[in-house]
Design a protein around this ligand. Structure first.
Ligand code: NDP
Length: 400
């Protein structure tokens, strides 16, 4: 019997809970806790109607370790899936250590007052988790997450050495809003407006945000303008696959999106510092989140597909080789199954899959792990059965 606690009742949390409920043999007791309990109750009601599975719900402020500790002691989960915001990663990890609970998340820690994400804060927990005999699984969404497992799978089955990695992330969907973000707007805008960064020949190269771009061909979608960004999995992949000579991350954006983003920045609405508004302190980007469409509500009218994958080149048996592994996901199919859009779906399914791997004993060990450190085979097998089938092209043309 495995009790599992999900923290965060947003788009990703919704998918995670649906997927847990679809696997009652492994996830025998589920609790969903978040800042706003009515959101948890609404998700639990939907899951009950669809699968007849009961999901317990609770209110928790995940910024407060004592509140988390009290909840963990009461429910006694084997594993916590953290799909709240990256700001809560460390408090939840602290509470896990205090109560002997294992940990999994989908995004690395980021301080609220500094738009800078890196693994150093969470890797610093290595000794504590090791000593406690607990497992912390970092970055188990799609990117990071599946992209990292794709890379591990390529390294295991197709290459002696991986030399070049391009992670290509396309959202070719249309939500029919002038401007909306596909996951938490605050986190999304902070990520995209940072300077770009990629790895080449042993060093990190920095570029101004969104200044390097080119058309990339995506399977069954076609060419889409794709922008070079820094993305967190590059940091751990470069460390775990030291033969890499170059590692980059590309994401598609439409012109309309970029124009809105530029205006938002130019008028100061992307600011993350506090300002005084009529005697009240507000953070502009948090205020912006309150007026933008809620990513969770985009699903009903979302059409089109996402396509995310890894384009890899390297050598096998002394010969040059290329390999492309990817998933395409339909926004409409995701909505039909879970009432959310494809971006939440492609994040929530891998989070459930990682939890499943841990609970059946395929993934584990004492310490803090990035997902590419585990066996990719059972994860990718379960992922494909859980709504995210993947495809591979061996020795295709990887020129953009
Ligand atoms: P949402 O903003 O939709 O949901 C976040 C949830 O966390 C909300 O329910 C929110 O509560 C809750 N929350 C926020 N702060 C607290 C707190 N202090 N205590 C308790 N609950 C809190 O985000 P998404 O569902 O879109 O994203 C969830 C996570 O997934 C993020 O960390 C995001 O970065 C990550 N992600 C990862 C991806 C990947 O591929 N690896 C891709 C997309 C997202 P409330 O409802 O009250 O606001």
């Amino acid at each position: 019997m495995s009790k599992i606690l999900v923290i965060g009742a947003g788009g990703v949390g919704t998918v995670v809970v649906h997927k847990l409920a679809q696997n009652p043999d492994v996830f025998t007791q589920i609790m969903l806790a978040s800042r706003t309990k009515p959101k948890c109750d609404a998700i639990a009601d939907d899951v009950k109607k669809r699968y007849g599975v009961t999901v317990e719900t609770a209110q928790v402020d995940a910024d407060k370790v004592p509140d988390l500790v009290a909840l963990f002691k009461k429910f006694q989960p084997k594993l916590v899936i953290n799909v709240a915001l990256p700001y809560q990663d460390l408090t939840i990890m602290d509470a896990c250590l205090e109560t002997d609970v294992n940990y999994l998340d989908t995004a690395n820690y980021e301080p609220k007052d500094e738009a800078r994400f890196e693994y150093s804060w969470q890797w610093a927990y290595q000794d504590k988790f090791k000593k406690a005999g607990l497992t912390a699984i970092l970055g188990c969404g799609f990117d990071p997450g599946v992209t990292s497992v794709f890379t591990a799978y390529a390294a295991k089955h197709h290459f002696d050495e991986i030399h070049c990695l391009d992670i290509v992330d396309c959202n070719a969907g249309d939500h029919h809003h002038a401007f909306a973000t596909n996951f938490n707007p605050e986190i999304n805008i902070r990520e995209i407006t940072q300077e770009g960064k990629y790895y080449e020949n042993g060093e990190w190269k920095i570029i101004d945000a969104l200044t390097v771009h080119q058309p990339v061909h995506y399977p069954n979608i076609g060419e889409k303008e794709s922008y070079l960004l820094y993305h967190e999995e590059l940091e751990s992949l470069v460390k775990n696959f030291p033969a890499l000579k170059r590692a980059r991350f590309w994401m598609t954006f439409g012109q309309e999106y970029l124009t809105h983003l530029r205006v938002i920045q130019n008028i100061g609405m992307a600011r993350i510092d506090e300002i005084d508004y009529n005697g009240q302190k507000i953070v502009p980007i948090q205020f912006l989140k309150a007026v933008l469409p809620n990513p969770q509500d985009l699903g009903a009218n979302y059409t089109g597909w996402t396509s995310i994958g890894c384009r890899i080149s390297g050598v096998k048996d002394g010969q040059s080789k290329t390999y492309y592994i990817y998933n395409n996901c339909s926004h409409q199919a995701a909505y039909k199954e879970t009432s959310t859009q494809g971006v939440s779906y492609t994040t929530g399914v891998p989070a459930m899959t990682g939890a499943y791997m841990f609970l059946i004993g395929q993934w584990g060990g004492a310490g803090v792990f990035n997902v590419e450190e585990f066996n990719p085979d059972p994860f990718l097998e379960k992922l494909a059965m859980s709504g995210l089938p993947w495809h591979q092209i061996i020795d295709g043309d990887l020129e953009f």
